[in-house]
Design a protein. Structure first.
Ligand SMILES: [Zn+2]
Length: 470
């Protein structure tokens, strides 16, 4: 009997992921994704050279700006797998292929359904940080998402007896789709009234939930509105904070609930992901987000340079996802913009005992800032532009609220031993080309960064060189 998804030894897990990476690169992504076919050729490598997770780190991680530099969502179509019937026959796994060949001879329509299950994108969600783009799934992917949903319920300690009320916007998003399929796969009644408080409260009065899911930033408000709007909270035993909740958001929900026996657990899908990771009921926030090792390979890169972190590195970094066994949009070595503390934790969970990679201290989308007019400043592109300039000996990005009206400011300090003025002009040109948007201020000094007088204790270091006022 196959080992359960959450019980493999560290060695068994590594072996499984190596096999799945090989299959994904050689028979799925490398064979059918126009972007990755061209990119691998450009890197001078072949799908067969990627024989596991370690070899995969040699492929530079990419984000949406790498695939579609102008920020045009249509450009992301280059990632979507374009399989033909011939390609299916070449790359499908043995049992599937044998079944398909049998059907082709006898039942042409059933054969077509089987091929399309793996090759035809049928469902889309919108994702992305810098700009929004559609993420395609096949019929087969939806089965995998439903399977992950059934696991999600178990990690959260929920059963078919639980009734879900979701205050997450009821649109095409990874989060909504994952919650919808999780409830469906687990046999839980579920209501999705959308994000309007009035509608959420009305739904709660109609069918008092045992589980409430809400965006982490709004969950306290949703709970308070339910209480003041006459919805009973007596049956509620779990609140799901969707989107990597902060400690303050958790505390606010606990206070609004006023009852300690309700479990407040985080669930999160990074940008580009198709499944929701969760904190386990037994371990809570301290145990971190539990991932699905047969669906996602989680690796870390240095957020400033994009360089791969060693597998056992513990100094944090940006989360990079490679989706395993999923078709549709080929998300491989995908930069999520999420930062984590420590490394990818593969020790057994101290709470639930599951042996799956876990992530701690995740900060959602920390590397992409939105301006007031909805434009994005991607700090990864900014850091890349600065790291690439030979006239700079050091640099620093400081993110803070403007004193006058609290609006965000991004200030870049440059150490330019040569001509400081020229360095500012050159850096600005590079940043505009790579990041699309200029920071609020660029300042250079010719004798190091010391003159700028930044009090490090007042800031949270997102990376060694990117500081945010805490
Ligand atoms: Zn756990």
């Amino acid at each position: 009997m196959a080992t359960s998804w959450d019980k493999r030894s560290a060695k068994g897990l590594a072996k499984l992921q190596d096999e799945l990476v090989r299959d994904q690169v050689q028979h799925v992504v490398g064979a059918f994704s126009p972007y990755w076919k061209a990119r691998l050729a450009q890197l001078g490598t072949k799908p067969t050279a990627i024989d596991g997770a370690a070899a995969l780190t040699k492929i530079p991680a990419v984000g949406e700006r790498d695939v579609s530099p102008a920020g045009d969502p249509a450009g992301m179509a280059a990632l979507v797998l374009q399989a033909t019937e011939g390609g299916f026959a070449l790359h499908a796994q043995g049992p599937t292929l044998r079944r398909a060949l049998r059907l082709r001879a006898t039942r042409r329509d059933a054969y077509r359904r089987l091929v399309e299950r793996d090759t035809k994108p049928t469902t889309y969600v919108w994702s992305g940080l810098g700009f929004h783009y559609p993420l395609a799934s096949t019929r087969g992917d939806l089965d995998a998402i439903a399977r992950a949903g059934s696991r999600l319920w178990k990690v959260l300690g929920l059963t078919g007896d639980d009734a879900l009320l979701s205050a997450w916007p009821a649109g095409s998003s990874t989060e909504h789709t994952a919650l919808y399929y999780a409830a469906l796969a687990s046999g839980s009644p579920a209501l999705f009234p959308g994000e309007q408080l009035r509608d959420v409260v009305a739904a709660a009065r109609l069918a008092p939930p045992t589980v409430l899911a809400a965006p982490s930033a709004r969950a306290a408000e949703v709970v308070a509105s339910m209480a003041s709007g006459g919805a009973s909270l007596d049956r509620l035993r779990t609140v799901l904070l969707v989107g990597a909740a902060s400690a303050a958001e958790r505390a606010a929900v606990q206070e609004a609930l006023g009852r300690a026996e309700v479990a407040v657990l985080g669930v999160h899908a990074p940008a580009g992901a198709r499944v929701l990771w969760a904190e386990c009921r037994q371990g809570g926030a301290d145990a971190g987000l539990h991932t699905y090792p047969d669906l996602d390979l989680v690796q870390l890169v240095d957020a400033e340079t994009g360089e791969a972190r060693a597998r056992d590195a513990t100094d944090g970094g940006e989360v990079v996802l490679t989706q395993l066994g999923l078709r549709g949009t080929a998300m491989m070595r995908w930069r999520t913009g999420d930062l984590v503390d420590g490394g990818v934790d593969v020790t057994p969970c101290p709470g639930c005992g599951r042996r799956v990679p876990r992530l701690h201290g995740l900060r959602r989308g920390a590397l992409v800032l939105m301006s007031d007019d909805g434009r994005a400043l991607d700090l990864r592109s900014l850091a890349g532009a600065l790291s690439g300039r030979s006239d700079l000996t050091d640099w620093r990005v400081v993110i803070r609220g403007r004193d006058r009206d609290g609006r965000g400011q991004v200030i870049v300090h440059l150490a330019a031993p040569g001509d400081a003025g020229e360095a500012v002009v050159g850096a600005a040109a590079d940043i505009r080309a790579l990041a699309g948007l200029l920071p609020t201020q660029l300042v250079a000094a010719d004798n190091g960064l010391g003159d700028f007088g930044v009090d490090g204790s007042a800031y949270l270091a997102l990376t060694p060189r990117i500081l945010r006022r805490s």
